[in-house]
Design a binder for this molecule. Structure first.
Ligand code: ZN
Length: 608
């Protein structure tokens, strides 16, 4: 590594044609030189490290070259070109306005403008980060910019065009530099690697290009860094991930797979691994959102071109986009965006992300539930129920034998013979939903889906009729992380514990009084249906807003995807306080009937 020259310097382009990804600018500049229509002041705008200064230098070199090629490129051999290449030219002056922004600095520059070039035709003044000049410096500069000598050319460069005064803008020819496309950067890096004899994995170069976010200079320094760290002059994907501390996009694919399949456990484990590798949770959330967005743009032939990922990743995106339902992605983006917004405010950020993952993993199941037409479902359930099975529609009254949480009466749930609801495959295919998760499932809908505790019970309750059996399919119920068809039975005591956990969680999040009231209500458990008794519409509305989250929590904690939450509104009787004289008398008479006898015997009336 002796005499190591950073690639950004060693491979700095020296002709217009070798500038990467800014052809719209280099072509225009070459035309201007050829037709002798060169402006005297230019403003080069664009992100850092995309070639602004490089283009300025090439421009300076080209217009001073004594043997311009037919292609309007500098020869690289004449006296002027050689002095430029050795950084020894007196015709180019650079000022970094970020560190030299005073009036004095600009006066020094203006003083130099007065002297014509000793050799060559033009003197070029490059002022980098020109937006950093002080107001006074700007004013001092403006006069020179208005009437520059014919041999002077000013090139102002900035990353923040909006900070440039209109008086300056109006005197400059403006060029907007692009972020360089990742593919162009990767190809350029490959070119350098080949010249340097460095073995590369193209995917690794693409990764560097992605991370550089359109800046070639950044990409080149990352490239150098990885070469320096490498023991065998190679650049490999896995090492670049490590060296640059980039979260492998493979994690996003794996997480999304887990979420689509409803596997909370898998998603938790992946997230745990990411955290253990030292990545920030927020970074993961933002990355996952971007991943969903990428999948979404793959859904439409017109928007696929907006997919700005490496060529290697493209196929994987297109493949996963087929598996990810459109409504899943919409809901996932909405849930993820909320997590992103609230991340900084969350006290327990890990839990915050985990709750989000739980919600995301439940989207498919919730979407399916939310779009079941109420009447249709009832009809289908009744159609397949047998005489031996108890009524399938949940009772609207509280089962007196059911244990009541909160009253201290804790016993195990009554053994259930209820049949698993079955839905015809035709109906199931009609479940393709477009509903956003933002709308919770219709209140009360889950109440008509009582289900058995075990898969065995459901098998037993299926109609004996073979034809009917072939036609039915069970409700999607493998939405959570545990193994398919291994819903754990739970008793009332266990429900109590989990319920309290949820209430504590919500309370810690600073929930409303109404929500606290609901969560402290008495519960009844019938089979897997938890029923809450509510007082009014406000409580009912609060519950339906809370329901999706509650269900996800209960189902995952109880490891039972059949858990349902139902409610019943029973307005408590309003106690009227006796007000009029007659009411007061009647109230007293109800307690002591002899008052009535007294009233009748004496013929008494009320005193109005
Ligand atoms: Zn030359």
């Amino acid at each position: 590594m002796e005499n190591f020259v950073v690639s950004a310097r060693k491979y700095r382009p020296i002709t217009f044609d070798s500038v990467v990804g800014q052809s719209h600018i280099t072509v225009t500049l070459k035309n201007a030189i050829r037709t002798n229509h060169l402006a005297q002041a230019f403003l080069f705008c664009g992100p850092r490290g995309v070639g602004k200064t490089t283009c300025a230098r090439i421009l300076a070199k080209t217009i001073n070259c004594q043997n311009l090629s037919a292609d309007t490129e500098s020869c690289g051999q004449c006296e002027s070109c050689v002095s430029f290449q050795n950084n020894a030219s007196f015709n180019i002056h650079e000022l970094d306005a970020a560190s030299n922004n005073s009036v004095e600095d600009i006066r020094n520059l203006i003083d130099q403008v007065r002297y014509p070039p000793q050799s060559g035709k033009y003197k070029i003044y490059i002022i980098d980060e020109v937006h950093m000049l002080s107001q006074a410096a700007f004013n001092a500069f403006l006069k020179t910019l208005e009437e520059p000598p014919a041999y002077a050319i000013f090139i102002l460069a900035t990353t923040e065009k909006h900070k440039i005064l209109p008086t300056i803008l109006s005197r400059c020819q403006i060029f907007d530099f692009n972020r360089i496309q990742p593919k162009d950067i990767a190809d350029h890096l490959l070119d350098i690697a080949q010249k340097e004899g460095i073995a590369t994995e193209y995917e690794a170069l693409e990764l560097i290009a992605q991370k550089a976010d359109g800046g070639l200079r950044d990409a080149l320094s990352m490239f150098d860094l990885n070469v320096t760290f490498s023991t065998d002059a190679s650049i490999r994907y896995a090492q670049v991930l490590d060296n640059l501390h980039i979260l492998d996009y493979d994690y996003y694919f794996k997480t999304t797979d887990a979420l689509i399949n409803g596997s909370v456990a898998q998603a938790y484990l992946i997230y745990d691994e990411i955290l253990r590798k030292g990545f920030d949770g927020h970074l993961f959330v933002v990355g996952l959102l971007e991943h969903f967005r990428n999948l979404l743009v793959c859904k439409d032939a017109d928007t696929v071109r907006l997919l700005q990922v490496s060529e290697t990743a493209k196929d994987r995106y297109l493949q996963q986009a087929i598996e990810a339902d459109y409504s899943f992605l919409l809901s996932a983006l909405s849930v993820g965006a909320t997590c992103d917004l609230n991340y900084k405010a969350a006290k327990n950020q890990r839990l915050h992300v985990e709750i989000t993952l739980t919600r995301l993993a439940n989207i498919t199941a919730v979407l399916n539930l939310a779009t079941l037409p109420d009447g249709e479902l009832k009809k289908k359930i009744v159609q397949v129920s047998t005489d031996s099975a108890p009524p399938l529609v949940a009772q609207n009254t509280t089962d007196e034998t059911a244990p009541t949480y909160g009253n201290g009466a804790a016993s195990s749930a009554a053994p259930s013979a209820a049949t698993r609801p079955v839905v015809s495959s035709a109906l199931k295919t009609s479940l393709k939903s477009t509903t956003s998760l933002a709308e919770p499932p219709a209140a009360g809908l889950p109440a008509i889906v009582p289900t058995a505790n075990s898969a065995a019970a459901s098998q037993a309750a299926l109609p004996a009729n073979g034809a009917a059996q072939a036609d039915v399919a069970t409700l999607p119920q493998t939405a959570e992380g545990w193994e398919e068809n291994t819903n754990k039975p739970f008793d009332f005591e266990r429900l109590g514990v989990v319920w309290k956990q949820f209430a504590a969680l919500r309370s810690a999040a600073g929930n409303s009084m109404t929500e606290q009231t609901i969560l402290n209500r008495d519960l009844t458990l019938t089979d897997n249906v938890i029923e809450i008794l509510l007082d009014n519409d406000l409580q009912q509305e609060t519950l339906s807003n809370l329901k999706a989250e509650l269900m996800v929590f209960l189902r995952s904690k109880l490891q039972n995807s059949d858990v349902q939450v139902a409610h019943r509104v029973a307005p408590s009787e309003v106690k009227r306080v006796p007000y009029t004289a007659q009411e007061k008398f009647e109230a007293l008479a109800a307690q002591n009937p002899s008052l009535l006898t007294l009233q009748r015997a004496l013929g008494l009336d009320y005193n109005y």
